[in-house]
Design a protein around this ligand. Sequence first.
Ligand code: AMP
Ligand code: TRP
Length: 341
Amino acid sequence: MTEAPASAFTPRVFSGIQPSGGLTLGNYLGAIKRFVEMQGDSFETIYCMVDLHAITTWQDPAVLRRNTRELCAGFLAAGIDPEQSVLINQSQVPEHAQLGWMFSCVARMGWMKRMTQFKDKAGKNAEAASLGLFGYPALMAADILIYHATHVPVGEDQKQHLELTRDIAAKFNHDYGVDFFPMTEPVIEGAATRVMSLRDGAKKMSKSDPSDMSRINMTDDADAIAKKIRKAKTDPEPLPETLDGLKDRPEARNLVNIYAALSDTTAEQVIAEHAGQQFGTFKPALVDLAVDRLAPISSEMARLMEAPDEIDAILARGAERARAIAAPILKQTYEIVGMVG
Ligand code: AMP
Ligand code: TRP
């Protein structure tokens, strides 16, 4: 576990996930599992369903509502404790969007144009992308800095956005001659910071892959999990004696990483224990482990989805607690910038 270092700022964790439908094993191992592990004595933890981010691409309103509750169910089922952590949806805490505007005035066009996630998401027709999709990283910086968060657990794909968050904080502090926003540390740790597709070891596991067999969804039941792992692409070689032997075997490496992350150990340890095994032996072991860890989460998610009132009450309470932290920071920001109020 990451220990909170001494700093002038209260050690505080913030992270967010978009409620754009379908949580995958990648989200779980790269993000949510780490969120759960960071709850505890040394950090305050704030976790967010970033609904304002989701609408940077079209969302059907009824589906967005359902996805937001489903994501919250996923957080809770995976072990986020709504007493210990502040659990919110972004739109219920208006200070995110308010600071987001300030940061749109701090971030430079040149910085934003370098964001690879925008290029990936906008695709060939960038002219038709929303302005929100382009400005998104400024809002993301605001999500984090409206709480003066010091640590942000994410998967590897978010690294660039966190560098931008630091650039924005540094420029704001410099331009106004203050030491107001902290330099946030990304927390990109664990054996599975980049979980790959089960069909193609060169592609990230993603909810938007057209093939459902490419991913494990957090809502998959035991049978679906078992089937997808059994059919996962591999190669005919047995597992090597050392990690080095997995260098050019992305699919094998991915399954080893998944095994390591699910069992809270390292890829080295998994190789040490399973060296020489064929996939005919390793895959059933992985199926047992994955079903043991994931099936209880999917059944608890299903139960919670039957109780939307319970979820909405948790989010309303979370928003209150979040605003108690965010409102004074926004007020100070306005004062620094020179807003009369
Ligand atoms: P997204 O679903 O893209 O909003 O991602 C939410 C969080 O899950 C972010 O912290 C991502 O870095 C993480 N994440 C998404 N896909 C993966 C993956 N395949 N491997 C590891 N982390 C991931
Ligand atoms: N950009 C993140 C993603 O696409 C989601 C996100 C929004 C986020 N705001 C955040 C993650 C703040 C960490 C901190 O997955």
